[in-house]
Design a protein around this ligand. Sequence first.
Ligand SMILES: [Zn+2]
Length: 405
Amino acid sequence: MTSLSTRPAFRSGQSPTTNSQSRPLAPCVKISAGVLLAEDRSTPAAVTPGSVGSVRLLGVPIRLHFTFVLLLIFLVVIGLGGNQSPASYTLFVLALIASVLLHELGHALVSSHYRIRTLEIVMYPIGGVARLERPAKPWEEFWIAVAGPAVNLAIAGVIFAILYSQNRSFNLFALTQPSSDNLADRIALGNLILAGFNLLPAFPMDGGRMLRAILSSLKSEYEATRIATWSGRMLAISMGLYGFIYMPMLAFVAFFIYLGAANEGAASRGRSLTQGIPVRAAMMTQFRTLSHGATVRDAANLMLSTSQQDFPIVHGDQVIGLLARNAVLRGMAHDGANSYVAGFMQREFPSVPPDQDLAEVLPLMAHSGACVLVMQDGRLLGLLSSDNLSQFLLLRSVGLQPSEG
Ligand SMILES: [Zn+2]
């Protein structure tokens, strides 16, 4: 299940205060040790935005991105005019969707072999994307990537073997005339195309991940990522140009490849800049907290006088909640400025320990967009927000070496 565990009460200590404290508190993300990362890494907020539905296969939630739903509608509309029966056409489309799904489950199966959980599989127009709970090491990534296309090759192989055993001849040209008779042939061919397309050595395709894994053994991960991202962009641009002239559908695919390459590139750059660095190196240590007895007005004033957007709510030494900017606005609109922050704070908040690898926290931050609290033994040490994380990445990219402790 996707849920965040609640840390009910930490030790209570001094009375709450709105003054800045010597203890570091970071606005944004409160990462309590192990709460998110050790107990259950999938959080409700970890659902990819724009995706709908959730069917579980082998324990992995499968979601459809809205662009995939649009593609399905598009396929149904263009398929209605064809000369094959609606049943055969529907079967063909369903078989291809199932093939993409099996491809992703192939990734999920191999990643579970490396003890990496798959948080969700999201179906996009250019295929599925299996989102993993932590980044894989280069050779793990290689074998996880190989698994997807291997599934499609296996499906095609099995279908061809069955057709061969029935002494059926395979005529490639006949496949341009879809009929119920060559349905199996077309599903096999579709799987060959899926495998071939995914083996292209460019991000975000599986071939791009394999390329990066191989390059990582020769160069730094950063360089390897840069090359795989570059080849993804080049592929997308050439496909896009060709598509605009001859095949508009290809330009559509190229657009998603370009976006995917850019996203993968940014995520991998983020990973290579944060891998092996503890959360404590990037967390905000100068921050304000609010006492549980503070009002929404106090929170609003603090938001104006500081650059902080999220405030840990404390009762003595104990953190009892997290107040985000939206909650302040909601509180103000609903109950007015004199209402108590305790009524609007988030009682279950993400927290991580200070020694947690920053690279492992990135996916959490990217998907929750929230602030994570950095905590140890119930004590608040700092805040990790997307703002200060961006600052940290920016400084790292120009050569900052994180200090210890
Ligand atoms: Zn794949």
